[in-house]
Design a protein around this ligand. Sequence first.
Ligand SMILES: [Zn+2]
Length: 251
Amino acid sequence: MSIELMLFQAGAVDIVKRSFHPWLPEAEGSEMFRQPVWSALIKTPEGNILFDTGLHPVHVARPDATFGPLKDMTVVMRDEDAIVRRLEAAGVAPDDVQIVVNSHLHFDHAGNNGAFPRATFIVQADHLVSAKGRQSFPGVYWDLPELTYLPVSGRTRVAKGVEVVPTPGHAVGHQSLVLDLPETGRVVLCGDAANTRANLERGEEPALAPDDAKASLALIRSLVNDDLDRCFPSHDMAAWRSWRHAPEVYR
Ligand SMILES: [Zn+2]
């Protein structure tokens, strides 16, 4: 068996456009748009790898469960968006996941870490340190005693054809996942290093560390020789609609 990539929607957010596209004029930038939250399953001969764990299903009934009501962002989630339900529909139980790679530990990327107590979680060491105890990385979803974190530093092989690559800027120690698929070739699961394709095109991403974010976008582009169709940004509905979704796969 060689590597297969499967994509699952794991919720959505209504978010103010300027959060992703700060270059928009004021009026348009203040509008909201709906963007997906997603997770990916990578089946490999060395085990199943999950990239990000999506939003926790507590948000189905209570969209503001994590941060209370916010002006700039609202979670939109259906029962079937829970990653455990999505995996189940694809015939994969939580205990069948050996490794979880979190791009970072924001609540829309680590919301269901607690559902995978048998997995090893791969996170950049500096990210773990910077996320711990911070209100913007709610520990209720990831800082759980039963979970096993494997802090890594820098580019790290996860399995044959699967490598994490640091792409800081959105957060300290943010990482993306690079896959070398046998038929499709290389793709990059960007995480929030690239929220949308437009961010990759402009080489610009709103971030606490804008220079790091810029360098990370350039790195992602260099990894795919500027073929942006090979980049999977984290929150881009138009891009999402153009991709294959589970149970379809990329080989
Ligand atoms: Zn995100």
